[in-house]
Design a protein around this ligand. Structure first.
Ligand SMILES: CSC[C@@H](O)[C@@H](O)C(=O)COP(=O)(O)O
Length: 368
């Protein structure tokens, strides 16, 4: 997508052919800084510290992390170590394990001397596949936006989204934002309500930044505002992303997604989840029971970083010293609250049969 007219992706192979460039998302929206990853450890730290984040981008970074590892040590032991280092970098987004499994399946059977080149080639494929998948999601989700636009000619279609499931969370296009960008390109009047998404504020810091730089009308709202807007007919549909969809259609996403789904259900607002197929975990039967929920540092709750009036970046504490805090990073929205799953293979019902019918090859792989 575009940053002030120039096309960017969130991650890429640098001109030297081996190191990896990525936008440092911890610095946005205040500074646009590109980080250079030169080792497997760099990739693992980038994922853990959220220099990169968002389920598909975590997977893409891990794939390049394996490639960087193969330059250093392409032995069987090196492959095992790289996998084990990267797979624990963050627990909830299944795209991380999916990408690492793909890389290992490519690399394990071949001669160590050929592994580095093969690893870069497979990582590049994973990255390109992400972009293609998101284009598919864009086209399938566009139909939903078009249908709403057709019912209110000349009026704006209002979409609510949570966290950042935009191009910064993927390689390009995003998942939840892909249909929005396409609708905007096609001249449909679309406006996005952007949940700020405490505690890390991915909505306020990242979604607002990318929509703004691409020229898509949007408004940042405090997290608790969605219910009010829905009660007053100010949201036509909600589209969110996800870090893992269970085989039964339960959807794990950024903390607070569940509350939005409840409010949408109560107000008859369609609640869609956009996802690439690598985000489906057919090994998990019941999302609420079995998806691991990451708990992050309490400082994300106690502290806020922002730009002061005189232009400095400053971190301040907003919670009394000594007050305990909890920081659950994700929650699970039960399938019954999900109107549909926007995938690269169409808009599906959030249930076991629909997911299995759309992605039979993934079921077969999960059974292996
Ligand atoms: C297309 S990204 C989908 C999800 O990964 C996204 O909605 C989300 O919850 C990101 O969480 P984050 O903690 O910023 O990695």
């Amino acid at each position: 997508m575009k940053v002030d007219g120039k096309h960017f992706r969130s991650i890429w192979r640098e001109r030297d052919g081996w190191s990896v460039g990525a936008i440092d998302q911890r610095r946005l929206p205040h500074e646009f800084v590109v980080a250079k990853l030169t080792s497997c450890e760099d990739a693992a730290v980038a994922i853990r510290d959220m220099l990169v984040r968002g389920a598909p981008l975590i997977g893409a970074t891990a794939a390049y992390g394996m490639a960087l590892a193969m330059r250093e040590n392409a032995s069987d032991a090196g492959l095992k170590r790289a996998y084990e280092t990267l797979v624990v970098a963050r627990p909830t987004a299944i795209n991380l394990k999916w990408a690492l499994d793909e890389m290992r399946a490519t690399l394990a059977p071949i001669d160590p001397a050929e592994r580095a080149e093969a690893a870069y080639a497979r990582a590049d494929e994973i990255v390109e596949q992400d972009v293609e998948i998101n284009r598919g999601i864009a086209g399938n989700g566009l139909k939903l936006i078009e249908a709403i636009a057709a019912k209110k000619p000349g009026e704006v279609v209002n979409v609510l989204t949570h966290c950042n499931a935009g191009w910064l969370a993927t390689v390009d296009w995003g998942t939840a934002t892909a249909p929005i960008y396409l609708a905007h390109e096609r001249g449909i009047k679309v406006h996005v309500w952007v949940d700020e998404t405490r505690p890390r504020n991915q909505g306020a810091s990242l979604t607002a930044w990318e929509l703004g730089h691409h020229g898509v009308p949007h408004t940042v709202i405090p997290d608790n505002t969605g219910g009010h807007l829905m009660q007053h007919g100010m949201v036509d549909l909600a589209i969110v992303g996800t870090d893992r969809v269970a085989a039964n259609g339960d959807v794990c996403n950024k903390i607070g997604t569940y509350l939005k789904a409840l409010a949408a259900h109560d107000n008859g607002v369609p609640f869609y989840v956009a996802l690439p197929s690598p985000t489906i975990d057919f090994a998990v039967d019941d999302g609420i029971r079995d998806i691991p929920i990451e708990q992050r540092s309490g400082t994300e709750v106690t502290d806020m970083t922002g730009r002061t009036a005189d232009g400095r970046l400053e971190t301040v504490r907003i919670v009394p010293e000594g007050s305990p805090v909890a920081n659950y990073a994700f929650d699970v929205t039960p399938a019954r609250l999900v109107t549909g799953l926007i995938t690269e293979r169409g808009v599906l019902k959030a249930d076991r049969a629909s997911l299995a019918a759309a992605f039979p090859e993934r079921i077969a792989a999960a059974a292996e």
